[in-house]
Design a protein around this ligand. Sequence first.
Ligand SMILES: O=C1O[C@H](COP(=O)(O)O)[C@@H](O)[C@H](O)[C@H]1O
Length: 244
Amino acid sequence: MSEPILHIHETADQTLVALADFFIETAKQSIIDNGRFSVSLSGGSSPKKLYELLATPEYSSRIDWDKVDFFFGDERNVPADHPDNNALMVRKALFDPLRIPAENIFAVDTSLPPDEAAQRYAETIQNRYQAEHVRFDLILLGLGDNSHTASLFPHTPVLHDQSVSVKAVFLEDQNVYRITMTAPLINLGHRLAFLVYGKGKAEAVEAVLNGPEDIENHPAQLIRAAEGEVHWFLDEPAASALSQ
Ligand SMILES: O=C1O[C@H](COP(=O)(O)O)[C@@H](O)[C@H](O)[C@H]1O
């Protein structure tokens, strides 16, 4: 298992540019190697600016977006037109501006009950890869200030799920469901890339990267690429608690 690779930049904007470049270079290489690029997107508040940046002419002109397949590492259990829906956020920031063909977008069907939505999405991923091994070229991830990533939240049963799959997670404190890829599925990715910025995430970054193993409280510690690489794109405030 390889060590995490840190990319620390002074500001959040510089961090976003570095990750946008990394996204494009990974996509280009995957298209050269395999003819297509498969990426799993993160949701939440941090990545919206990244998607908006990728939609600008400077980035959008650098790859053939028709050769990109988009998946989601997690989704809120809300209707497709709800403001909290991750796919809606990406649609507005990236898919619509770039006119991504509908057949390249693999979103979670949140009109189904959560367990069924999760199972259907796991099947969607399996079917997409057919006989091939399920391995995304790139998986984008965020980090909550409570050390969750995707929807792997502290003290939830999915943290112990060993299947390469997608599961529904009930968050008791919020009384909501989310749908998430399991850690074993995420860990199969060729490249995993966390995007974390802001001082509010500094303690979580330190705990996940350098703290004692404590999966229940710091679920992002589960993310260890089986054979690939794990990259962390951090701004200086988010990296400020890192021990040497
Ligand atoms: O990987 C992810 O992380 C976030 C936490 O990110 P934040 O920017 O909202 O703090 C998570 O909630 C999101 O759904 C997920 O894809």
